[in-house]
Design a protein around this ligand. Sequence first.
Ligand code: NAP
Ligand code: GCO
Length: 264
Amino acid sequence: MKDMFSLEGKVAWVTGAAYGIGYAIAKAYAQAGAKIVFNCSRQETLDRGFEAYRADGIEAFGKVCDVTDEDEVKSFYAEVCEKVGPVDILVNNAGMIKRIPMTEMEAADFRRVIDVDLTGPFIVSKAVIPSMIERGGGKIINICSMMSELGRETVSAYAAAKGGLKMLTKNIASEYGEYNIQCNGIGPGYIATEQTAPLRERQSDGSRHPFDSFIIAKTPAARWGDADDLAGPAVFLASSASDFVNGHILYVDGGILAYIGKQP
Ligand code: NAP
Ligand code: GCO
């Protein structure tokens, strides 16, 4: 049973894995035996990532590479193939959010979110799929969201992108399943990372942010998720334990999507 979840000898590329969810997934993969590859769009984030990997005793290969730039992604992947080896596991984790009411949002901001959160996973997946086919298979895991299913105020671009990413996941599974490629999504609930820090900021009187209380009431587990809550599901979807799971979105949300919400 242990072998079924082992990633020994595998190469795993987790985009944007310097901290937060990406880092927690990459750390779990390293603990399961995989070699880690990561990228970020800025040098300071990359340096921060290397520091974290060093502190945890993990050897990782990383470079600055913007997932929206197809040429950069192609040359990064060529270097990965040469220096580490072709990728067996790809996690499309890099993402961004802009919280702006839709009628006040510039089209350029909308486009940028779609570019990073949806076109990025397309570009990176497109870069690795041919080598996966050549090697007889691979695993692609797209980091989706509650917003792959639900809407809310201010996140129109993010919801459109993450809804699109859910369908890109199903399409990759449909188009490349016959090559032994499994493409699945993880839909994290509300996870305490820097991306969600503004939603958890304490009020000036020390009380909880109203959104923070709202999320706790909306989550049957009655807490925010921790990035490490994603580790087990991510290892499952990267390992041979999930070889016949394809085109699925695994929501790791403490029960949010099952729940109508607490009665006021
Ligand atoms: P985050 O704070 O959103 O970190 C995102 C990472 O992506 C950073 O390392 C960032 O580094 C990198 N990144 C952003 N744009 C990039 C680009 N164009 N090219 C390459 N790298 C880029 O962290 P997070 O909260 O851990 O989120 C990770 C993923 O999970 C995202 O896709 C997010 O949407 C999703 N998610 C988060 C939650 C949550 O509650 N936190 C819930 C559901 C889904 P640079 O700034 O250097 O580029
Ligand atoms: C927001 C949040 C969310 C989460 C996450 C939920 O403003 O509503 O940032 O979108 O980050 O994606 O799954």
